[in-house]
Ligand binder design. Structure first.
Ligand code: FAD
Ligand code: NAI
Length: 456
């Protein structure tokens, strides 16, 4: 049976389901095609389940410092199965919310794998969908590391970790990027032995170097073994990981090995080659309006290889929906916040000092340490800082880098500053509530001019 729609969206992750809702809001006859669960990687195998588990682990970890807070407790322990069950409940609740929202806004949902069979036709099982405009939102899947032993039992990617019903006693994590460091935080908070093997000179490479250094020290102090500049060579029986560091061959062993070495686009078997959609290493190439080289076909989210973040996919989904409905909106990437759910949290937006200099800016910076912030000490955290990167000629905010409790909740202020082209004075002159951790951003803004009252 042939069904006709004005807009068809392939993939129901945070990019695709939002694109479908917005297209329907704009009065377009819209269909959303999803082969697995609505909510995509983010809701089912990414953002949400990891943060649910991290919350349980963080509460467990904090119980360890109860005595220092004046609380006397008896024995306590965790049941990982129950933590995993709670995580599944959160995901299920949100997933049914997504389905209700898509239906409620009037977009049709078709379950199954969508394959383009022509420029305007998509085969989904027995059904043939015809669409005037198509938005590709097929997302990404974990990349594998082609080393001997990668297929041994208990060698897993992030999907595997999120399916565990029992907590492994020790974990070797290959890749010290965002996924690797968040899983290291999870298992370390649960008291398990964690080793990170990272190929590049530091974990979280690309972040502000002081943040990388401080997070490395904090994780090391908490017992995580971190090997950087280290290349995995093989995994042998017993999950012995052999790697090379500075010309030396070393080993690390764990009850589980987690491969966290990046994600690749899920563009295979979408039928894109047949309709001539241009790709590079599987990532669909798009312009600022999110159009591919085939003018009525758009692509959004991880599939485009821009920034693999849920909120980027969502922002792109909204723009693609408007454009597919006949508008000309452009995507901007200079004010995209990134958050890493470590303890304390990391959040940043805009340029690092190094990247700002490379981009040709004359730069000045301001910094304020968490140890000088009343609220942070009250909640028993003294590690971290906020750093502002400012254009010395124009005073415009170019970047903000935070390692602090609740950093992920505070980055919105700096994101708004960059998106709205604000000056550092706009932050410095804004009254921040006391006592809040967010005062560290204001103090860093005062520090830019050497006028920070809480710093000598
Ligand atoms: P996806 O979410 O991958 O969704 C794509 C959907 O398309 C999937 O449901 C898939 O089944 C479907 N699909 C694919 N091909 C077809 C087809 N042919 N037909 C029909 N359907 C198809 N990002 C953050 O911003 N914050 C975080 O805290 C965060 N944590 C993460 C933690 C982990 C462990 C992982 C793995 C990722 C995390 N991410 C996080 C990244 C985030 O999940 C992705 O950036 C985001 O999900 C991308 O959204 P998307 O819509 O492009 O694709
Ligand atoms: P990543 O690109 O952040 O990190 C992968 C790391 O693995 C890199 O540092 C790389 O050098 C290392 N690596 C690759 N091959 C290796 C090898 N053979 N040996 C040792 N190290 C090796 O990718 P990651 O962590 O897998 O995350 C994928 C995406 O998911 C990220 O781009 C991120 O945007 C998104 N994500 C976002 C989160 C958030 O926003 N909080 C949380 C988790 C994921």
């Amino acid at each position: 049976m042939l069904k006709h729609f004005e807009i068809a969206v392939i993939g129901g992750g945070p990019g695709g389901y939002i694109a479908a809702i917005r297209a329907a809001q704009l009065g377009q006859k819209t269909v959303l095609i999803e082969k697995q669960d609505l909510g995509g990687t983010c809701l089912n195998r990414g953002c949400i389940p990891t943060k649910a588990l991290l919350h349980s682990a963080e509460v467990y970890h904090q119980l360890g410092s109860a005595k220092a807070l004046g609380i006397t407790m008896g024995d306590y322990s965790f049941q990982y199965k129950k933590m995993a069950k709670r995580k599944d409940k959160v995901v299920k609740q949100l997933r049914s919310g997504v389905e209700n929202l898509v239906n409620g806004h009037g977009a049709e949902i078709i379950r199954g794998k969508g394959v383009l069979t022509g420029p305007h036709t998509i085969q989904v099982g027995e059904e043939l969908v015809e669409a005037d405009q198509i938005i590709l939102a097929a997302g990404s899947i974990p990349a594998s590391i082609p080393v001997p032993g990668a297929d041994l039992p208990n060698v897993m990617n992030s999907d595997g970790v999120l399916s565990l019903e029992e907590c492994p006693d020790s974990v070797v994590i290959i890749g010290g990027g965002v996924i690797g460091v968040e899983f290291a935080t999870l298992f370390n908070s649960l008291g398990k032995q964690v080793t990170i093997i990272e190929m590049l000179p530091s974990i979280l490479h690309g972040n502000d170097p002081d943040i990388c250094k401080t997070m490395t020290e904090l994780l090391t102090d908490r017992g995580v073994k971190i090997y950087t500049g280290a290349k995995l060579l093989s995994i042998q029986e017993g999950l012995v990981c052999t790697f090379e560091q500075n010309g030396e061959t070393l080993t690390a062993q764990g009850a589980a090995v987690v491969m966290a070495a990046g994600r690749k686009p899920d563009s295979k078997a979408l039928g894109l080659e047949a309709v001539g959609v241009q790709m590079e290493r599987g990532f669909v190439q798009v312009d600022d309006e999110l159009r591919t080289n085939v003018p009525h076909i758009y692509a959004i989210g991880d599939l485009t290889g821009k920034q693999q973040l849920a909120h980027v996919a969502t922002a792109q989904g909204i723009i693609a929906a408007h454009n597919a409905a006949g508008e000309h909106r452009s995507m901007r990437y200079e004010a995209v916040p990134s958050c890493i759910y470590t303890t304390p949290e990391i959040a940043y937006v805009g340029l690092t000092e190094e990247k700002a200099v490379t981009a040709g800016h004359k730069v000045k910076t301001g910094r304020f340490n968490v140890s000088g912030n009343g609220r942070s000490l009250a909640i028993a955290c003294s590690d971290g800082f906020a750093k502002l990167v400012i254009d010395a000629d124009t005073n415009k905010v170019l970047g903000c880098h935070i390692l602090a409790p609740h950093a992920t909740e505070m980055i919105g202020e700096a994101t708004l500053a960059i998106a709205s082209n604000l000056d550092v004075e706009d932050i410095a002159d804004t009254i921040h509530a006391h006592p809040t951790v967010s005062e560290i951003i204001m103090e860093a803004a005062h520090d830019v001019e050497g006028l920070c009252c809480h710093k000598m």
